[in-house]
Structures are given as structure tokens and as C-alpha cells.
Design a protein around this ligand. Structure first.
Ligand code: WT7
Length: 653
């Protein structure tokens, strides 16, 4: 975040209490905090018992071997049953699960009964393809009902899904498929994005082209109607398989700690981490937070979370949390501005959305377009707004409330991570007065502390490092195939002090009211439009290009996207004359987009002759960030060659 937005965060003192009507009908009651404080484990057990257990648990938490936790371990559960059959058996089969809207304007309405029937058939397809409990299935799909159906079908048979965001490249698919030794990939011919069909199957073909892949079959949904190449024996059409499948499938019971999914996210090194989540604890916290943070009244609300199912927000707050709670949702395939900049508001008007959950970067881009666009639509159905992904600056918060929320809706700013699985810090909308820019308070049953580097608690108003001080039900259970990296990344920073502290990688401070303000990442992880990107991963993509000798990447403050990727590149000596700096920079921006995905494309690439390094050879990114953000360059005394920064900044003027 830029310094000016942090200043404006810290000067914010307004509080917006919930209206008496909202408070009176609120799902959450203030007693939640008291019950959680009195007996934290019993509180979570009570939440878990809201789910259907094939075999009830007697044990809540086992933390005898930290940081490896188990929750509800002697219980047995079927996650998909909780999201599907349970609602149908309760007589809610006719309730709409999804109002799906395709980008070109085609629509589908899917009830809970229909969703259940589809998932049963696809579960049978998976079994017929030899997928068993514990096998990994990669999913690379657009936001269409089949994405949700595929995830639930994998969960239903106790297998493990690894969803790869549809914007990622063939190479990103390959590394994820290989890391988890996936047996099956579920994809589509193509999906709609910005008015065009973008190919997906082609990227999967490319990803699987190297010999020795673990993948036995590719199941292909027809969506884009674009031409595809076909590998006989490996590739199967989804519709052929589903049509031929048995309709009945009984959900089997699996252990509460049965792995549910792996989701890859960027860390401080070049290799993405496969974050592992399991079943009972994950579903407990996803469902509990979804119901209470979003004040869900499943009979009347229409809920819309705009996240792609390829991100953790889509997993927990499009698929598992809302479906466990029997919510009616909107699911939208495309981009917010296709075919016109009011598309999202048109969808809210059309389906009478009452709860809306999106990211600050989207809000800021709408702010830039002006309030006259949303004002053309009837948004009066909205009664609650949510924000996630990065700190929301008070200006955007106020605009969101005034222009989208008619100046009356509560806003919940939810802090959490791929690793935490579910919301950890947020207001409860009927209870907590809302403070623009602050994520506010830990959820009931969650213990958060702000510590200094040496592990002592930091008092208001000073800033420090955010830690989670007690294990929580939806916590990651590890990094796929790498227990040491799990321990090292999240649990080693404060291992010298008593207790096990989960280090989140975020800076934060607490104000005099006890409200938490997030201040952005403290590591080499960038947050671009609410998506996590690693400086090291983009650097390794850059140096893999034959024209590059060295590269350094920083996240620079950006008004629209929060942070933007800015790279500093030294070309190989034989390249310096082969092309102009502009040509090299354009070529390398495209190269990064192709290697990782369009979201990683640098905003700027500066071709430089040197990089600022310490005497031990470490690149001083802080100084490059000063340049990228147009600031006065900070302390250069620890540089091996103190003139380097002068040379770089002179060159770029
Ligand atoms: C990182 C996690 C959780 C789903 C989306 C991103 C940042 C997330 C907030 C918020 C301030 C936030 C943090 C966190 N972040 N939500 N409400 N206020 N910062 O998931 O890709 O795992 O990224 O996003 O820096 O560590 P993710």
C-alpha cells in the first residue's frame, strides 16, 4: 500500500452502527463471543454439530504434535452430502442453488435437487474412470455450473481436487498437475471472457504434452463450442459420460481429516505452494463464517460472491460455505464490463441480490468510472456488502456504502488467506459498528495477536506482525508433499517464544477500540487486484527468457490494483544492441503473461545496467520500490556500490 493510503487508514475514526432493524433480524447474536471465550473448543464443536455427521465425533482438537492439527478426527462426514442431499431431504430441493449467468447472456437456473442429481452422476463418472478416495483431480474450468459440480463430485467420492484458475498458463497447469500427480483433468473446450471465447483445452493439451504425465484422462465440458484437438483414449466429453452415467450414488462417510482439496498459492520462493485443506474442520468454519458474517437468511437472501472458483474465495464462499448453508446464489461467468460497464449492477437488479461480496480493486475501478453507471440500476435489494483480498481504503469503503449500498448497508471487511481456509477477522454485521478501512475483530473462537519481530506483544497504536495464536478448524493441514516447508514458512518465525504462533505474513496494528487494521504484506509477496503473486516466481520467469541476465521484481503502489508488478531487468550483453529497451520490455511483459498467466504481467519493465545489491549480494528491493513508486530513494549505505541507485534513477528520468 502507498504511504498516503496508510495515512488515510490511520486517520479514519468514523463508525457506522447497524440499523435497529438489521440488528433485530441478525443471524449472529452477541452471545457468540461470550460462548467462544468461555470454552473455545466446545464453541467450535457446537458449530461442527450443525453439519450432518455420518459418525459423530467425540474429540474436537488434537494439537499434541504442533503444527500438525487434527479437528473432529474420530468423526466421519461427507462434504458433498452436507452441501446437497441434506437440503433435498429437508424438503428444500426446489430451492435455487444457482442463478447462473453466462457472459454472452445465456442463463441457467439450477435447484438443489438438480445440483444433487448432477453431482451423483458425475461421481459415478469419476468412479468409472478409476478415481478413488485420495486420488487428485485437477479442474481447469470457467465459472460455469460444471465447475461447482466437478468439485462436489470429487469431494463426494473422497478424492482431492486441485482447481487451477482458468487464467493460468499451460506451464502453471503442468507444474500443479505434476506436483500433485493428478490422475484426471476436468476442463472445457473454452470459456467466455471479454466478449470472446478463450481456449482452455488447448492449454491442458500443451501442459500434458511432455511424456510421463500422471494424467490418464481429460474430461471436457462443451462450453465455448470452439474447435479442439482430441487425443483418443485419453479425452472424453463430459456430456457423453454424464448421459451414460448411473443416476444413483450414495454418499459414503469419510474421516473428518480426509483431504478435500489442494489449492496452489504464491509464496516467497519461485515455486507455488500446494495448500492442503481437509474436510470436517474446513466445512465447519466455512459454513459458520458464511452464515454469520453474511447474515444469511437462506429462505429469502440472494447471495453473490464475484470470485472465480479458482481462488480460495470461490472455494469457501461460492462452493462450500454457501452450499452447506443452503444459500441461493448468483454465479457469473464473465468480466464486470462485458458487454457494458454496468453488467454487475444489471445482474444485481435482475436477480435481486441482497448480499454482495467483492474485492476493493473492483470497487476502485467502478469509482473511477463514476457513480452514474450503478445509479442507472435498481440496487435496492442489497442489504449487506462484503470486501476481501486487500485492505480497503476508507474512500472506496464510503463510496461502496453510499453508491452501491444506498448509504445504509453494513459493510464487512473480511481478512483471511488461502491458508486460513475461511474468514478470520471481520465485523459481525448486526453486532459490530463498521469502521471504514479496518477489518475489525477476530471471529468468535479465533485468537489473533500483533507481535513485534522479537515476539513481544505490540500495544496500540504501534504496528507489528499478525499471528494466529491458537489452531482453528479450517487451518491448512500442510503444504502438499512438503511438511518442512509448512513448518518453516508459517511456524518458525516465533518458534523461540512460548506457544505455536502461525505467522500470516501481514503487518497490522490495533487501535484504541481493539479494532485491527491490516497494513499489507511484510514479505516478498505482492497483492495485485486481490491476487497473490510472488516476486521470486516472476523473477524466475524473467530469467528463464534467453535475453535476460538478471531480474528483480517489486510490488509498487497502484491506485487501481492496490499493487502492480514492476520489474527491473538486466539484458545479456549480446542483447543490448539487438533491440530497443521498449521492444525488450514489451517482449518480456508478454513472456511473463505466457509463462504464468495474464495476472502476473508486469505493469512496467525497466531495462537497467545494474541492480542495487548489498555486499552479500542480496538485491535491495526496498530501493527499487522507491524508484517504482517515484519516491526519494532511501538509505543506500549498505549497498556494495552506492552509485548504482543514482545511475538507475538517472536513466529512468
Ligand atoms: C492475503 C491472502 C482471502 C481471500 C483472498 C486472498 C490479503 C486478504 C484482506 C483484507 C487486508 C487482506 C492479506 C493476506 N488480504 N483479505 N480484508 N484486508 N488484506 O487470499 O490470495 O491467500 O491472499 O491477502 O495480505 O495475507 P490470498
Amino acid at each position: 500500500m502507498s504511504n498516503s493510503s496508510i495515512d488515510s487508514l490511520q486517520n479514519e475514526t468514523r463508525v457506522f452502527p447497524p440499523s435497529p432493524e438489521f440488528a433485530a433480524n441478525s443471524v449472529a447474536d452477541a452471545g457468540l463471543y461470550a460462548r467462544a471465550a468461555e470454552n473455545r473448543l466446545e464453541f467450535w464443536a457446537e458449530q461442527a454439530r450443525d453439519l450432518h455427521w455420518h459418525k459423530p465425533f467425540t474429540e474436537t482438537l488434537d494439537w499434541s504434535n504442533p503444527p500438525f492439527a487434527t479437528w473432529f478426527a474420530d468423526g466421519q462426514i461427507n462434504v458433498a452430502y452436507n452441501c446437497l442431499d441434506r437440503h433435498v431431504l429437508a424438503g428444500n430441493g426446489d430451492r435455487v442453488a444457482f442463478h447462473w449467468e453466462g457472459e454472452p447472456g445465456d442463463t441457467r437456473t439450477v435447484t438443489y435437487a438438480e445440483l444433487t442429481a448432477e453431482v451423483k452422476k458425475v461421481a459415478n463418472v469419476l468412479l468409472s474412470l478409476g478415481i478413488e478416495q485420495g486420488d487428485r483431480v485437477a479442474i481447469y474450468l470457467p465459472v460455469i455450473p460444471e465447475a461447482v459440480i466437478a468439485m462436489l463430485a470429487v469431494a463426494r467420492i473422497g478424492a482431492v481436487h486441485s482447481v487451477v484458475f482458468g487464467g493460468f498458463s499451460a506451464e502453471s497447469i503442468r507444474s500443479r498437475v505434476d506436483d500433485a500427480s493428478a490422475k484426471l483433468v476436468i476442463t472445457a473446450d473454452g470459456g467466455w471472457r471479454k466478449g470472446k471465447v478463450f481456449p482452455l483445452k488447448a492449454a491442458v493439451d500443451d501442459a500434458l504434452s511432455a511424456p510421463g504425465s500422471s494424467v490418464e484422462h481429460v474430461l471436457v465440458v462443451k462450453r465455448g463450442e470452439n474447435a479442439v484437438d482430441w487425443t483418443d483414449g485419453r479425452d472424453l466429453w463430459w456430456h457423453d459420460q454424464v448421459e451414460a452415467a448411473e443416476p444413483e450414488h450414495e454418499a459414503e462417510a469419510f474421516d473428518a481429516e480426509n483431504p478435500l482439496f489442494i489449492l496452489y498459492t504464491s509464496g516467497t520462493t519461485g515455486k507455488p505452494k500446494g495448500i492442503l485443506h481437509t474436510s470436517g474442520g474446513y466445512l465447519t468454519q466455512a459454513a459458520f463464517t458464511h452464515k454469520n458474517v453474511f447474515d444469511l437468511h437462506p429462505e429469502t437472501d440472494v447471495y453473490w460472491c464475484t470470485a472465480d472458483v479458482g481462488w480460495i474465495t470461490g472455494h469457501s464462499y461460492v462452493v462450500y460455505g454457501p452450499l452447506a448453508n443452503g444459500a441461493t446464489q448468483v454465479l457469473y461467468e464473465g468480466t464486470p464490463d462485458t458487454p457494458h460497464p454496468g453488467r454487475w449492477w444489471e445482474i444485481i437488479e435482475k436477480y435481486k441480490v441482497s448480499i454482495f461480496y467483492t474485492a476493493p480493486t473492483a470497487i476502485r475501478s467502478f469509482m473511477k468510472l463514476g457513480r452514474q453507471i450503478p445509479q442507472k440500476f435498481d440496487l435496492s435489494s442489497l442489504r449487506l456488502l462484503g470486501s476481501v483480498g486487500e485492505p480497503i481504503n476508507p474512500e472506496a469503503w464510503i463510496w461502496y456504502r453510499d453508491v452501491i449500498g444506498a448509504g445504509t448497508t453494513p459493510i464487512v471487511d473480511t481478512w483471511w488467506q488461502t491458508e486460513t481456509g475461511a474468514i478470520m477477522i471481520s465485523a459481525l454485521p448486526g453486532i459490530t459498528g463498521a469502521k471504514p478501512g479496518s477489518a475489525q475483530v477476530p471471529m468468535p473462537g479465533i485468537k489473533i495477536d500483533i507481535l513485534s519481530e522479537d515476539g513481544t506483544r505490540v500495544d496500540p497504536p504501534h504496528g507489528g506482525l499478525l499471528v494466529v495464536s491458537e489452531p482453528w478448524p479450517s487451518m491448512l493441514r500442510g503444504i502438499w508433499g512438503d511438511p518442512d516447508r509448512y513448518q518453516e514458512t508459517y511456524w518458525s518465525k516465533f518458534s523461540a517464544i512460548e506457544g505455536n504462533k502461525y505467522f500470516a505474513g501481514d503487518g497490522a496494528h490495533v487501535d484504541a477500540d481493539g479494532d485491527i487494521w491490516l497494513l499489507g504484506r511484510v514479505d516478498d509477496v505482492m497483492n495485485v487486484s486481490g491476487h497473490r503473486l510472488s516476486t521470486a516466481e516472476i523473477e524466475s520467469a524473467l530469467v528463464a527468457n534467453p535475453i535476460v541476465a538478471e531480474a528483480a521484481v517489486v510490488g509498487a503502489a497502484d491506485e487501481a490494483t492496490g499493487q502492480a508488478v514492476v520489474a527491473f531487468v538486466i539484458l545479456k550483453s549480446n542483447q543490448a544492441d539487438a533491440q530497443t529497451a521498449d521492444e525488450a520490455s514489451a517482449l518480456l511483459r508478454a513472456h511473463v503473461a505466457k509463462t504464468i498467466g495474464a495476472i502476473a504481467r508486469p505493469r512496467e519493465i525497466f531495462i537497467v545496467a545494474e541492480l542495487p545489491k548489498t555486499r552479500s549480494g542480496k538485491i535491495m528491493r526496498r530501493l527499487l520500490q522507491d524508484v517504482a513508486e517515484g519516491r526519494e530513494i532511501g538509505d543506500t549505505t549498505t549497498l556494495a556500490d552506492t552509485s548504482v541507485m543514482q545511475i538507475i534513477s538517472d536513466r529512468l528520468k
